[in-house]
Design a protein around this ligand. Sequence first.
Ligand code: CO
Length: 134
Amino acid sequence: MLGRLNHVAIAVPDLEAARSTYAATLGAAVSPVEDQPDHGVRTVFVELPNTKIELLGVLGDASPIRGFLDKNPAGGIHHLCYEVADIRAARDRLVAAGLRVLGDGEPKIGAHGRPVLFLHPKDVCGTLTELEEA
Ligand code: CO
């Protein structure tokens, strides 16, 4: 069921500084900073030959990464995203296996314009896991 690793998301306290670390220090191709008001984050995408890194900064008071940054003030790995061919079929299979889908259980349009779901970290090896329909 699982396809490619679509991205690793890293939450950071200072998005511009993180962008500069990846662009100037690590020598990666990075996107401009983009606000994602529907998701309460600002993003920078780091393009690697085999996957992407998604740098996440806080946008607004209700940002879903604020609590994570309170616990991890230097930033850290926030979630992994795997591609699936059919997100509703994947969800139904995982829910039947006892996994919890966050929110109302319906796919939402994610930062890449594709339907996404998040699985409860306690149900997936302690790691917040995103599924994206490829
Ligand atoms: Co993501």
